[in-house]
Every structure is written in structure tokens, then in C-alpha cells.
Design a protein around this ligand. Structure first.
Ligand code: NCD
Ligand code: ZN
Length: 346
């Protein structure tokens, strides 16, 4: 038996949804994570401070007895977002970031931004007060191949924006390419990148070879193997510019196993065990704590968590639940396709 104890981790990019799905998936995150940056792409989206406050209350009400978990709220940036509302939401401590979805880029992004010029006053306010912008970094131009959308976003949207507003703090969320890794490595300290668990494990063959695997389909879509290896090197490097954002994105099975299946991998249940597997494989177990528990709070200017998390590796593989059952339907837990000997021990 092998074990490591790390400071209790946080998830810097998480989808909790609402209603019955929220009730079903929240315990999976709250069991291991102290805090999470909660994505605002509900239907309708969480646009105003008042909506974020109400959503936070619903999350807290859905927590199991005795759970300690703090949702860190975000606002969904639209072309109608009021700079003063964002500033007030940040000043009150309610909101920790604003999320940029290019319109049409992913699940529930139709209210997102079409023209960055129209949100410049909001972004200028955010730069002044130091409120980070979380970016879904993909262009939506129909002519751009889906596997190139992240790299094109960096060149045509992100880099020009940062030149225009250098003091804006930016999180490149769920990077999936070596271009994303390289951009974050070279940027100043006002930029960080999150990496998901599943993008450390999957390449595009895993989605498409031997039959289509809807539970491996997420956005940004997993890329070629050399990109996965670049993400592994970044995550396990110890560089504080990279930290964990699982992008655990639950959809009920009926919507994943579908002619037009939803994007998202649900990894909340076994993320920490899978990360231990990945970091051990790369000889970097001692860097897992930085990635999952230290670099994120440093970037967001938040205190480190008090508690700890104990991960144990046994000879026998650990059996994770195949599905989480919610009142909205079953949700399949991410299956990495290999035996996992690590698990979190209470
Ligand atoms: C997310 C979702 O389902 O809300 N899906 C996903 O594949 N990651 C949206 C997102 O973060 O792109
Ligand atoms: Zn997401």
C-alpha cells in the first residue's frame, strides 16, 4: 500500500447544473473538494449578481448534511452585462470571475459574446478591480476545423485582447493543445490555464476508434496524442501557471447517448484518484498538491484550504460507481479505460 496526503483540493472549473441534477452531482464534488469555481451556463444563464446570489443559495441548500463546500460564483458575460453590476458583485465577495463564452462555442453558450468590442467596458472594469476573466477558448467560425479552434482563438482573440488590455487577469480554461500550454508558459503572471482530468487521459482516438464513445465527447474536444502529452508535461511540471479545473460536466445518459449527444465528461466522482494515477505514472506524485490545491488559490488570491485529502493505492483496482443516479436520470461516471488502484480514503 502506498499513500499520499495533500491539502484539500479545489476545482477551478465545474458544472453543477440546477434542480435534480445539482442535487445528484453536488455530493460527488463536495466529498473531496473544498471549493469550486461554478460555471454559469444554466438555462437561462447566470448573468447578474442577483442571479448568482440566488444560484449560490440553491447550491448551498442542495449540500448534504455536514458537507463543507464553498461555491465560488461566476457571471456569464453577455453583450448586455453592466460593468457596475459586475463591480458590485465582485466587491461583495459573491463573484470570483466572469466567464466568456464565444456565442455558440459549447453547451448553453447561445447568449455568449459575438463582438468583443461590445463588452470592452466590462472587461476594462474587471481589469481595474482585478477580477479574472475565464475564457472558453474556441472560435466558432464555421470554416475553422473543430480541432483547430483553440489554437485559432489564441491567435485571433486571446492574444489581441491581452495586448489591448494587458492588466486583465485571464484564465485559459480547459486547455487541450500544445499551443495552449505554450501560450500560458510564456504569458506573464496575470494569466493562468486550467487543465481537466480527462484531457490528461484521452486523445481523439479514444473517442473515435472502435466505435464512437459519447461519454468521451466534451468541448474542447480531445486532440492528438502529442497534445495530450504536452498537457501531461504542463500539469505535472510544478509550474504554478497550470492548475486543476475538472470541467466535470454532467448530462443525463439519455442526452449523451443520442443522435446529437451533449458535450461533457462527468469526472467529479473519481477525479482525484485518476490524477493520482496520472501523476504517479509521470513520476510527479509530489506535484499533485501544487496542481490541485496550491496554484489555484494563489492565482485567485484566496487562502489555502485547511483540511487534507488522503489518497491510497492498493494492489487491487478500486471499483468506482458506473453511474450516479439522479431524479433527472442516470449520469455516467468517467471511465478511464484502465484499472485505477488509487482512491480517496476518508
Ligand atoms: C460543458 C457543459 O456541458 O456545460 N461541456 C463540456 O464539454 N465541457 C460546457 C463547456 O465547458 O464547454
Ligand atoms: Zn466547462
Amino acid at each position: 500500500m502506498q499513500e499520499i496526503v495533500i491539502r484539500r483540493p479545489d476545482d477551478w472549473h465545474l458544472h453543477l447544473r440546477d434542480g435534480a441534477v445539482l442535487k445528484g452531482v453536488l455530493p460527488e464534488t463536495a466529498r473531496h473538494f473544498a471549493r469550486a469555481i461554478v460555471m454559469p451556463n444554466l438555462v437561462p444563464p447566470v448573468v447578474t449578481a442577483a442571479q448568482a446570489g440566488a444560484y449560490r443559495d440553491r447550491i448551498l441548500a442542495a449540500l448534504p448534511e455536514g458537507a463543507t463546500f464553498e461555491p465560488l460564483m461566476t457571471l456569464y458575460l453577455t453583450e448586455g452585462t453592466e460593468p457596475a453590476d459586475v463591480a458590485a458583485a465582485a466587491a461583495s465577495g459573491l463573484v470570483k470571475a466572469v466567464k466568456l463564452y464565444p456565442a455558440g462555442a459549447t453547451t448553453n453558450s447561445q447568449s455568449g459574446v459575438r463582438d468583443l468590442d461590445r463588452v470592452m467596458p466590462v472587461l476594462e472594469t474587471m481589469a481595474e478591480i482585478g477580477l479574472p476573466l475565464c475564457t472558453h477558448g474556441e472560435v466558432t467560425t464555421p470554416e475553422v476545423d473543430i480541432f483547430d479552434r483553440e489554437a485559432v482563438f489564441i491567435d485571433t482573440v486571446l492574444d489581441p485582447l491581452r495586448r489591448r488590455l494587458p492588466s486583465l487577469r485571464v484564465v485559459m480554461e480547459h486547455i487541450t493543445t500544445e499551443q495552449g500550454v505554450a501560450y500560458a508558459a510564456e504569458a506573464g503572471e496575470g494569466l493562468a490555464a486550467t487543465i481537466t482530468t480527462h484531457h490528461l487521459i484521452l486523445n481523439r482516438n479514444n473517442i473515435l476508434v472502435g466505435g464512437i464513445k459519447p461519454h468521451y465527447y466534451c468541448l474542447p474536444v480531445a486532440k492528438r496524442e502529442h497534445h495530450r502529452l504536452a498537457l501531461r508535461r504542463a500539469a505535472t511540471s510544478g509550474n504554478p501557471r497550470y492548475f486543476l479545473g475538472t470541467d466535470s460536466a454532467p448530462h443525463v445518459d439519455a442526452l449523451k447517448e443520442h443522435a446529437c449527444g451533449c458535450a461533457g465528461c462527468f469526472t467529479a466522482t473519481n477525479t482525484m484518484a485518476l490524477l493520482a494515477h496520472v501523476f504517479e505514472e509521470d513520476g510527479a506524485l509530489d506535484r499533485l498538491e501544487g496542481f490541485a490545491s496550491l496554484h489555484g488559490p494563489a492565482f485567485y488570491g484566496l487562502p489555502l484550504n485547511d483540511g487534507t485529502l488522503r489518497l491510497v493505492k492498493r494492489d487491487q483496482p478500486h471499483a468506482f460507481p458506473e453511474k450516479i443516479f439522479t431524479e433527472a436520470g442516470p449520469i455516467t461516471v468517467f471511465n478511464p479505460g484502465f484499472p485505477v488502484h488509487w482512491h480517496v480514503e476518508a
